[in-house]
Design a protein around this ligand. Structure first.
Ligand SMILES: [Zn+2]
Length: 370
């Protein structure tokens, strides 16, 4: 008879081999680990002053960064700020917020001073970052009628202020490259439904507007000019279509990180073509990637248009489904059907230590949270 200890040891080995079939199985998470692992969603929009979103986050082991943004489909900036303040006050450990500023009056006397004092007031209330949106580059025009680009020198005093106080800037610049293609040529259904609903932002319909390349060139000049700024490129820095391009961006600008918000499907398109290529990217840039979903909890509105990720009637079900699907893709080797790309996607099965960084430690470091 074999000694009991040896029997247990071989049983344990058999179990480990049965779950994943590799020696590294113990270093990877499974779907069962989802709720217990500490996680940080670095890109959400909590625009309703109730505990729905926070309750889900607490249940699923998430801390949230809710980002205020000057988006016409969202509640007013004042309302977004009031909601962020209220939620942060109720549960400061689970909800942080990023503030933003209006472009109204940009270029006129006093705008810079007023903007800086607004940002300082928000920081005193707990804001940990500042967000700028694609309206810079694509919508806002200066007194001369020209589009205002992010590398406009008139932003410099504000950026210098952020640098001096070590406040990160989250920038959503340009759009996914799909935005410059006709609807039928887009690679993901979530992009297609968003731009079908938002023709004003669908650049294929607006050839007079700046090109994808020129918007990202302005963004790159901005990051290059402000090397002391902690820069977070929202939505994979709008380089969602190519991990090689994104790697080049991260190599060129050591002060930059990117969040994954609302661009997982673009990664899945790439990993279906070459899973190892995408996996190698995550391993190489494991300190520069922040998990984010772009989940948006908005007040019900008959005027509501498609969001990216698409909003459903049942926010609880949507959040749960979205978060779990992302976890399965990043943390496990599980295969799931992804409707937005009309195909199955196999998970990247990233090592648990890498998951801990991109799901938690990187955001805590970048946003200087204690
Ligand atoms: Zn967003």
């Amino acid at each position: 008879m074999r000694p009991l200890a040896s029997l247990i040891a071989s049983l344990g080995l058999a179990l480990a081999a049965g779950t994943a079939g590799t020696a590294a199985a113990a270093e990877q998470y499974t779907d069962a680990d989802y709720a217990r692992v500490r996680k940080f969603d670095a890109h959400v929009h909590a625009n309703v002053d109730d505990d729905t979103f926070l309750g889900l986050a607490r249940r699923d082991g998430f801390e949230l960064l809710t980002i205020n943004v000057d988006y016409p489909d969202f509640p007013s900036l004042a309302t977004q700020a009031a909601v962020a303040h209220a939620l942060h006050r109720r549960d400061p450990a689970h909800l942080r917020f990023a503030t933003t500023f209006t472009m109204r009056g940009f270029g006129s006397p006093g705008w810079t001073e007023a903007t800086i004092s607004h940002l300082d007031a928000e920081r005193r209330r707990g804001a940990v970052a500042v967000k700028v949106w694609k309206n810079i580059g694509m919508v806002e025009r200066g007194p001369d009628g020209r589009l205002v680009m992010l590398d406009d020198a008139r932003f410099d005093p504000i950026v210098a202020h952020l640098e001096a106080h070590a406040v990160p800037l989250i920038a959503h610049q340009a759009e996914p490259r799909n935005c410059w293609l006709p609807l039928e040529a887009m690679t993901t259904e979530n992009d297609r439904s968003y731009f079908r609903e938002h023709p004003e932002y669908h650049m294929y319909l607006h050839p007079e507007q700046p090109s994808y390349e020129s918007l990202l060139a302005a963004r790159d000049r901005f990051v290059a000019r402000h090397r002391r700024l902690t820069f977070v490129g929202a939505h994979l820095g709008s380089l969602e279509w190519s991990v090689e391009e994104l790697a080049r961006f991260l190599d060129a600008y050591p002060n930059a990180s990117v969040d994954l918000a609302a661009r997982m499907t673009n990664l899945q398109v790439q990993s279906r073509a070459d899973r190892e290529r995408v996996r190698r990217f995550f391993l190489a840039y494991q300190d520069r990637l922040l998990y984010g979903s772009d989940l948006t909890h908005n007040p019900p509105s008959p005027q509501a248009r498609a969001q990216n990720p698409p909003a459903q009637d049942d926010f609880r079900a949507e959040a749960e489904q979205f978060w779990r699907s992302d976890w399965t893709y990043l943390a496990t080797g599980g295969v799931q059907h992804v409707e937005a790309i009309g195909a199955d996607a196999a998970g990247l099965a990233l090592p648990a230590a890498v998951i801990d960084k991109l799901y938690y430690a990187n955001a805590r470091r970048v946003f200087r949270l204690r």
